[in-house]
Design a protein around this ligand. Structure first.
Ligand code: FES
Ligand SMILES: [Fe+2]
Length: 431
């Protein structure tokens, strides 16, 4: 439960807000690479942390992300001409490069140096893994680019997916920190009939994906425990297995918005990111990864085809609150817990149904909500510190390059924190 003031502090992210400033200290995904497919392609609109922006790819392939509004008389640069190494406003022809410099001002006398005094707001970008990332904070505090395991892989080993969601980013993020819901929201009714299932992998080590599902059905009151780490924190959903062992699903939360969901070793080190578009909408980003080989074209098409919520290039899905996420009451009776297809869409339905900014004053949080409580505390502490001029956690690229999530069956009674960890992981953030 939060107070109204805490909820505001947690959820508001526009320029000048404490949480907005915290998030502006990190690299965030803003567009997919395919939205700017080639040099001098059409500019596109982008919105992040409440700021209206326009992105373009210049003649050399560099990505520019600039203020939507031209600094002359505020016309939108979305209508701009993406010309030889810069975007030109169609109103009076002022032209800007990817660094925000005004490189041409034909409406002023040739001898004028006015153009040297005008800049447009611009943010640096990196194009990596099918995703265009940006940093919106002060230039002198710009951190090194993200070094997640997934981003160390070649681009063709990654698949990026993005869906626009009609709710505040905190709600979406909390869905990933709430392991207990997978025994309900994402349940296929057929899984309830797995009582006799045994493929011999309910033993110490790694269960098969089917056995993992079986265990989640068998034990639906996962014990949730949190461990602070130097990069954020991680938490476990620990369940009893039918053979009396402990099953761990360990998710890592890398401050402030990056999460690696529990996974078996042969599932790639993907990343989920719930990133605010503004206070009432967010982007649900997922970067899927394969370590062994590139994704094939079929796999890419397949992923896109059965993606949680098939989207257009702007991330708008075919399912949403306007069509009740294409829920089928028949399917709900016979097939799945929700009658909604797609895990991500099921998440979207419940998180968006809480209203754009959920009323956290009237919640009743229990032991299964420990990770959510912890996450709020860390974010609120960072926002309050920011109000006092203290900068948030600065990631060590070396540490970031080793962070991983984990899933394993361990002897009952063993300490979960030993598993999937690396040296130095246990020294956490102050909470
Ligand atoms: S408003 Fe853009 S050049 Fe005048
Ligand atoms: Fe979920």
């Amino acid at each position: 439960m939060l107070t109204h003031e805490e909820n505001e502090l947690l959820c508001r992210v526009g320029p000048g807000t404490p949480m907005g400033e915290v998030l502006r200290r990190y690299w965030l995904p803003v567009l997919t690479t395919e939205e700017l497919p080639e040099p001098d392609c059409p500019p596109v609109r982008a919105k992040l942390l409440g700021e209206e922006l326009v992105a373009f790819r210049d003649s050399d392939g560099n990505v520019g992300l600039v203020d939507n509004n031209c600094p002359h008389r505020r016309a939108s640069l979305f209508f701009g001409r993406n010309e030889e190494s810069g975007i030109r406003c169609v109103y009076h022809g002022w032209k800007f490069n990817v660094n925000g410099d005004c490189v041409d001002m034909p409406s002023e006398p040739a001898e004028s140096n006015f153009k040297d005094k005008v800049k447009i707001k611009s943010y640096p970008c990196v194009d990596k893994g099918g995703t265009i990332w940006t940093y919106m904070g002060p230039a002198d505090l710009q951190p090194p680019f993200l070094n997640f395991l997934a981003l160390q892989l070649p681009d063709d080993h990654l698949i990026t997916n993005r869906v626009l969601s009609d709710c505040n980013f905190i709600q979406s993020m909390e869905g990933n920190l709430d392991t207990s819901h997978i025994s309900y929201l994402h349940r296929n009714l057929a899984d309830l009939k797995m009582d006799d299932f045994d493929d011999g992998t309910d033993v110490l080590g790694f269960p098969s994906p089917r056995m993992s599902t079986r265990i989640r059905g068998y034990s639906r009151d996962a014990k949730l425990m949190v461990q602070p780490t130097s990069y954020g924190w991680r938490y476990v959903g620990q369940r009893e297995t039918p053979n009396g062992h402990h099953h761990l699903r360990i998710t890592t939360a890398i401050f402030p918005v990056y999460q690696m969901i529990a996974r078996l070793p042969d599932q790639g080190p993907g990343i989920l990111m719930m990133v605010p578009r503004d206070d009432e909408t967010c982007w649900r980003w997922s970067v899927g990864a394969r370590t062994d080989r590139p994704f094939t074209e079929e796999e890419r098409a397949d992923r896109a085809g059965q993606s949680a919520n098939k989207t257009d290039i702007h991330g708008r899905g075919e399912k949403g609150k306007w069509n009740d996420y294409m829920m089928s009451r028949d399917d709900q009776k016979n097939l799945s817990f929700t009658g909604i297809k797609g895990i991500g869409t099921q998440d979207q339905a419940v998180t968006e149904s809480m209203q754009p900014i959920s009323d956290k004053m009237n919640e009743h949080l229990g032991t299964s909500d420990r990770a959510i409580i912890f996450n709020r505390r860390i974010l609120l502490n960072a926002a309050r510190a920011m109000m006092e001029g203290q900068e948030p956690l600065r990631h060590d690229p070396d540490v970031m390059g080793r962070i991983n999530s984990h899933e394993e069956i361990i002897p009952a009674g063993d300490d979960w924190r030993k598993y999937g960890a690396f040296a130095g992981e246990s020294e956490g953030l102050p909470v």
